[in-house]
Design a protein around this ligand. Structure first.
Ligand SMILES: [Ca+2]
Length: 506
């Protein structure tokens, strides 16, 4: 019953990665000017570079700039046209708070011990200097609008959520129609689940963009840009979509044809092909128990939500241009993790497969002239912290664990030896995964609950687990050693104290 014919219009990842590859320059060819740019020349002009830091919630790589055949994302594509889009960027933990805590501290989840949506990293690391704090400590104006650290979405909209108070000089928590009134009208195919993890959507025929929460995020961010344009700033705009419930003005739903929607092929036998914990993020399996027709409606709604956020991002880019800030502002665009839309029967996040572990990352730097290219190296969200430190000439804490991406911003084909690590939790059992350019290797419960090996060049849909194939025993041993370098012991997540929000957030 779970067979679905592949539509010719279906998303073919192999195809669009290939398209993405074509956008990269062949090895050895570079624009000479790019080679002459150094981080120090970028910030040696006497004027400090600003940073516009744009986050989205639960957005995967289904974007025009990565070659997606259906999704309309002209404004995110604009950032890519002026910068480098990383096609193999991975989050460290595909769940909001663990991922964001890691990115913003520059530390892996095994160091922050943030494995859930309640524990705050300051509980055991009170003096950690976060990425925004580095900018505060160096005289920048630093503010956020919306979701930057974890926020229950949509439950915490309009509050500080699980914020880090010490990270900001000013913070704004917008709330729009989607939160105040439209939640009651959603079509919800999983009514027993909380709205933030439901298969639920609404095409809003009345509300305008700037009456929705994400429209207000853009409006408030633009006000901050206008007010602080004459001094160095780090301004963070945290959008809430395309996280469920997918509520947007109807014009974004109208951009997509239901007939173009399809789902990846799976079968009732699919669960036999993987360790049980690999598919445990979607219960009941597949698609949380809804029909394939309903799942395709949700897929369209997710695409509509991407296009809605994209339009709000376009307003920020327009503001940078009209305020004369585009030439001295670094733009960083990232999502906290990826998102399944039916691959292996999965939906949402919290798996170690590509669709969940991979997250969009685009960095545009005005003086770096290798703009508009795709970088296929395996990079990580914790690389953002050291990258921004190098680009702005600031000294980061010496304990941060990522690597500056500046060499890849200059030359997306440059040699890069670092793999990407992603981890999840299934109760007390960890899932640890490591991705090189050729392989993904995953262990559940340090291998006791299952092992997976995929050849990412030959099998980008991760349909053929090679871990038990003796032909690949050497590869398994190499990948295992790499994984255990990063996870030498079983680390448990922290337990939140009762007054967490008073102590660290509000
Ligand atoms: Ca998220």
């Amino acid at each position: 019953m779970y067979f679905h014919k592949m539509n010719m219009k279906n998303i073919d990842r192999r195809n669009f990665i290939r398209q993405a590859g074509l956008r990269s320059l062949p090895v050895g060819i570079m624009i000479p000017l790019a080679l002459t740019v150094t981080a120090s020349t970028i910030h040696a002009q006497g004027k400090k570079m600003n940073v516009l830091f744009i986050a989205v919630d639960d957005m995967n790589n289904d974007l025009g700039c990565y070659g997606h055949p259906l999704v309309k994302s002209p404004n995110i594509d604009r950032i890519a046209s002026k910068g480098i889009a990383f096609a193999n960027s991975y989050c460290q933990f595909p769940l909001s708070s663990p991922s964001r805590s890691s990115l913003l501290t520059g530390l892996r989840p095994d160091k922050t011990r943030v494995f859930d949506l309640k524990y705050h990293f300051r509980q055991d690391m009170p003096d950690v200097v976060t990425l925004p704090q580095m900018f505060i400590n160096n005289g920048y104006f630093v503010a956020r609008v919306g979701k930057m650290y974890h926020y229950g979405n949509p439950g915490d909209i309009g509050t500080n959520g699980l914020d880090d108070r010490a990270s900001w000089m000013e913070r704004i928590n917008p709330s729009g129609l989607d939160k105040s009134s439209l939640e009651l009208d959603v079509i919800n195919y999983t009514p027993k689940k909380g709205l933030g993890s439901a298969m639920a959507y609404l095409s809003d025929k009345k509300g305008k963009d700037d009456e929705h929460t994400d429209g207000k995020v853009a409006t408030e961010t633009i006000k901050l840009l206008e007010k602080h344009k004459d001094k160095p700033f780090f301004i963070a705009a945290g959008f809430y979509k395309p996280h469920t419930p997918w509520i947007t003005p109807s014009k974004y739903f109208d951009m997509y044809n239901p007939d173009d929607m399809s789902l990846p092929e799976i079968s009732a036998e699919t669960p036999n092909d993987y360790p049980e914990l690999a598919l445990a993020s979607t219960k009941p399996w597949p698609y949380f128990g809804i029909t394939t027709g309903q799942a395709m409606e949700c897929k369209l709604a997710y695409f509509a939500a991407i296009s809605f956020v994209d339009a709000q991002i376009g307003r920020l880019l327009d503001a940078l241009d009209s305020l004369g800030l585009s030439d001295n502002t670094i733009v960083v665009f990232w999502s906290d993790h990826g998102y399944h839309l039916g691959e292996h029967g999965l939906w949402f996040k919290q798996s170690c497969f590509e669709e969940s572990a991979k997250s969009p990352l685009i960095i545009s730097v005005p003086e770096v002239k290798s703009a508009g290219k795709i970088c296929n190296r395996t990079v990580e969200l914790i690389d953002i912290y050291p990258t921004l430190a190098e680009l702005t000439g600031l000294i980061p804490p010496d304990n941060i664990q990522g690597y500056s991406l500046f060499p890849l911003l200059k030359n997306p084909e440059a040699a890069w030896k670092h793999p990407a690590f992603t981890q999840v939790q299934r109760g007390n059992t960890p899932g640890h995964s490591v991705r090189t350019e050729e392989w993904r290797y995953t262990e559940w419960g340090f291998g006791k609950m299952g092992v997976e090996l995929y050849n990412e060049k030959a099998d980008q849909h991760e349909l053929h687990n090679l871990a038990a194939n003796s032909k690949y025993a050497d590869v398994v041993q190499q990948m295992k050693a790499l994984l255990h370098e990063d996870h030498p012991e079983n680390v448990t997540g922290g337990n939140a104290v009762a007054d967490t929000k008073e102590k660290y957030c509000n």
